[in-house]
Design a protein around this ligand. Structure first.
Ligand code: NDP
Ligand code: HSE
Length: 434
């Protein structure tokens, strides 16, 4: 049987997961693809760091360059993370004509165009299935499975850490900080975890999916991003009373049937009857609407050592098959296509809204707020105010009809300045998947 030698950089959560999965299923994979992937070396930062799965000490080195430059190494994995040294590692391997497998969405978001260009220039390939949604094969699906479709909409729960936190806050009334600590213990969270909870990790992934789906490389600075830090138990409770569940949703939507696309990440009220509302804990899901296929759904673990290792193994199999067949860009990692699209600024995006204000319960309060919405031509679809708070401050919840984000933000600025409104209004968008 033909054999390819793997040089791994990174032996932490994902790296040790890959090492373990190859030990477990490397033989099976070889029997399926006719090539054996043999781990030749594993570069780490420090030998004695605790690892989720053990890695043979005889294979370990702290010198990543010796891995990349080893003439016996045919394929390199970058499972380190970040946009600094990882970029150098990937570029060094590509320049040597060696295919690279990475799980590093932050790196692809910041430097994807440069890295894909380098892969092409040096006649090799860059594989990145594990960079989005852990074990869900969404990259392959978008690139190959949906090659005959225009993607009209894609909605994704793409960050396991945030979904884990929001799920436990809703189901157990758990405290944000305690659940985040648990997510870190399970190896779900990024370093630092702000990347997860402020929505940036989800934005990296949604940018990659939007680029693949729409054929132009999405500038991460154009993606509107909001995280889950401001979500309180009160928002979860009132959303629940109205029949919704709050999820951090990545949204990619074609606007007006052309090349204008909404690309955004924000906490969203999802109707409880929609399948995405019941995607819980570390699970991710991606709902894709193609113009030919209609609606499709992908579901699986979005983070963690084993799920992510599964995606890396699938890339290793592709890389090994490409080496075997000698066609290194059989499936190019990213190809511009159709039209030079543009990301629509969030101010112009039309949504429905949930608003939570903290107001003084006195005559005229509601009228003043309603007048501001009326003047902005924003329709109110429902209002909740709990009884029994006369003269004191009370939560006041509005559901708003479709309006642009610009109009709602303008109205909220005025509402926030009313003396009867205490604290910063909370505005969340509602998605009905129409
Ligand atoms: P870890 O922090 O667990 O692992 C990072 C690894 O990189 C460690 O083994 C570390 O060595 C090694 N490393 C750091 N610097 C160097 C260096 N200079 N030379 C050699 N090795 C180095 O991170 P994860 O495994 O969680 O994440 C890796 C990548 O996978 C990231 O891009 C992440 O975003 C992505 N990812 C992570 C997922 C997850 O669930 N954790 C899921 C999907 C993608 P040492 O062990 O000695 O410290
Ligand atoms: N921190 C990421 C998450 C890891 O929680 O989804 C998987 O990409």
């Amino acid at each position: 049987m033909q054999q390819v030698n793997l040089g791994m950089i990174g032996g932490g959560t994902v790296g040790s997961g890959v090492f373990h999965a190859l030990q477990l299923n490397g033989g099976l994979m070889a029997s399926r693809i006719g090539v054996k992937v043999n781990v030749r070396k594993v570069a780490v930062k420090a030998f004695n760091e605790p690892r989720p799965y053990p890695i043979s000490r005889s294979l370990m080195t702290t010198d990543w360059q010796s891995v990349v430059n080893d003439p016996q190494v045919d394929i390199v994995t970058e499972l380190v993370g970040g946009t600094g040294i990882a970029r150098t590692m990937v570029l060094t391997a590509l320049k040597l004509g060696k295919p690279v497998v990475t799980a590093n969405k932050a790196l692809l978001s910041a430097h994807g165009e440069e890295l894909f260009a380098a892969a092409k220039k040096y006649g090799t390939n860059l594989y990145y299935e594990a960079s989005v949604c852990g074990g869900i094969p969404i990259i392959k699906s978008l690139r190959e499975g949906f090659v005959g479709n225009r993607i009209n909409a894609l909605y994704g729960i793409v960050n396991g850490t945030c979904n884990y936190i929001l799920t436990r806050m809703k189901l157990e009334g758990a405290d944000f900080a305690a659940v985040l600590a648990d997510a870190q213990k399970h190896g779900y969270a990024e370093t630092p975890p702000d990347l997860d909870i402020d929505g940036h990790d989800a934005a990296h992934k949604i940018g990659i999916l939007a680029s693949l789906a729409h054929g132009f490389w999405v500038n991460p600075k154009k993606i509107h991003v909001e995280g889950i830090r401001q979500i309180s138990a009160l928002d979860i409770k009132f959303a629940g009373e109205l029949g919704y569940t709050i999820k951090l949703l990545g949204i990619i939507k074609r606007i007006g049937g052309g090349c204008q696309v909404q690309v955004s990440v924000y906490p969203t009220l999802v109707p409880n009857a929609h399948v995405l509302a019941s995607v819980n804990h570390v699970f991710n899901a991606v709902f894709v609407r193609g113009d030919i296929v209609g609606d499709t759904l992908f579901y699986g673990r979005g983070a963690g050592k084993d799920a992510t290792a599964s995606a890396v193994l699938s890339d290793l199999a592709d890389a090994a098959l490409d080496l075997k067949s000698g066609s290194k860009q059989r499936v190019p990692p990213f190809v511009p296509h159709e039209c030079a699209g543009a990301v629509v600024p969030i101010e112009n995006v039309v949504s429905q809204y949930f608003l939570r204000l903290n107001v003084v319960d006195r005559p005229g309060t509601l009228a003043k707020i309603a007048a501001i919405f009326g003047a902005a031509k924003i329709g109110i679809s429902s209002v909740i105010q709990p009884e029994g708070h006369e003269g004191k401050s009370v939560p006041l919840i509005f559901m708003l009809h479709y309006a642009t984000n610009g109009a709602v933000n303008g109205a909220l600025k005025k509402i926030g300045r009313l003396p009867v409104v205490k604290g910063k209004p909370v505005m969340l968008r509602v998605e009905n998947f129409e």
